[in-house]
Design a protein around this ligand. Sequence first.
Ligand code: PLP
Length: 437
Amino acid sequence: MPWAGPTLMSDSLTLPAGRRLVPVSATLAANEVLATRRRAGQPVLPLAFGESGLPVHRRLRAELASASGLGAYGPVAGLPALREAAAGYWTRRGTPTEPSRVVAGPGSKALLFGLLLALGADVAMPRPSWVSYAAQARLTGLAPNFVPTVPGEAGICDPAALDEAVGAARAAGRRIGAVLMTLPDNPTGRVASPEAVRELCAAAQRHDLIIVSDEIYRDLIHDSATPFLSPASVAPERTVVTTALSKSMSVGGWRLGVARMPDGPAGQMLRDRLSGVASEIWSAAPVPVQQAAAVAFTEPPELAEYVSHARRVHAAVARATARVFAAAGVRVAMPQAAFYLYPDFAPWRAHLADKYEITTGAGLAALLLERYGAGTLPGSAFGDDPAALRLRVATGLLYGDSEGQRETALAAPDPVRLPWIDAAMSRLAEILADLGS
Ligand SMILES: Cc1ncc(COP(=O)(O)O)c(C=O)c1O
């Protein structure tokens, strides 16, 4: 018999005053629009989704397959082998780490959310910064405080502006308890300078803030000469570092991330709270994936070689894309890491307003999607000024439509010369020429 009782009234889903949930993440939503267009046979230029579209290495696939018999939940903080391997990964990067300080989770996104719950205080984050920080803060009932970056820097708050934000929050009866940074940065593909990191650490010390340093793109810095300083080397007693294999090993769908918790008693307290959150939400990260990730974090030569080839592809395509924007007269800082760039169409403001009545980044992204099938994200999705004509452009899905093309891109000494990547660059140049005319 079908249910014949009263149906659920939409009022039943009314949230309490002041409680706001979030829509589907902007980046996932844009990807769905592109997938629909593709199914309808319409041309697309997929520049919205922040994914490394390279094939998974054979060794990792084999490790995962051989671990598939591990059916038990496993320890909340992660398998001992994974925690030891992740500790070795950080130790080799100049931040000595005991396995006991490592907490694993199903993606660094989940760990960041768990950390926000464990912190229980408002957070400061750079404007612009990765879409999910602010959304997650709202989900946990905390206030996201966007703080501008120092001109020329990215992924890190301006210390003077952070001082102001902490003061303003206090005056409003709120407490900012942590500051987030993204090293290297998404959406800009830039790396904050060591001086900026030191100054931000000093500001965090002044206000007794926890620093959360999201270093998921650390192994994808294009040029090894680019200086990199983790706040974990400067303020180890207050810094949490998160990372994952999603980007460097192209296994975002495997859902595995790790956090390196701070030294000392505060770090221990935070670790215990994070483990409590983890135990009630995900129990443990997927155990076969942890087993494979343990191998990856020990960085055997064939996987280290994979990362260096992946880095070469990301660098070549992201930079070539930036050059296409620059040649069209759009302002863009040359990306230094990962597969992102953040072009600013400010020089086209009058033209876009006159010809298309476009005055916002969201309007510009919608025009590119509807008129040309080019998916990008507006800077406003990253907390940037809605009136700014800035877009986050992600190039990690331009490497090919088939596994064979993507394998070829990974092995190519000069991937931009491959016909399908060259065609994507030409298409982008055509779109910009048409839009700007
Ligand atoms: C800056 C940043 N942090 C964290 C993540 C989350 O990655 P994952 O949950 O796959 O570890 C992403 C993914 O897009 C990201 O761009």
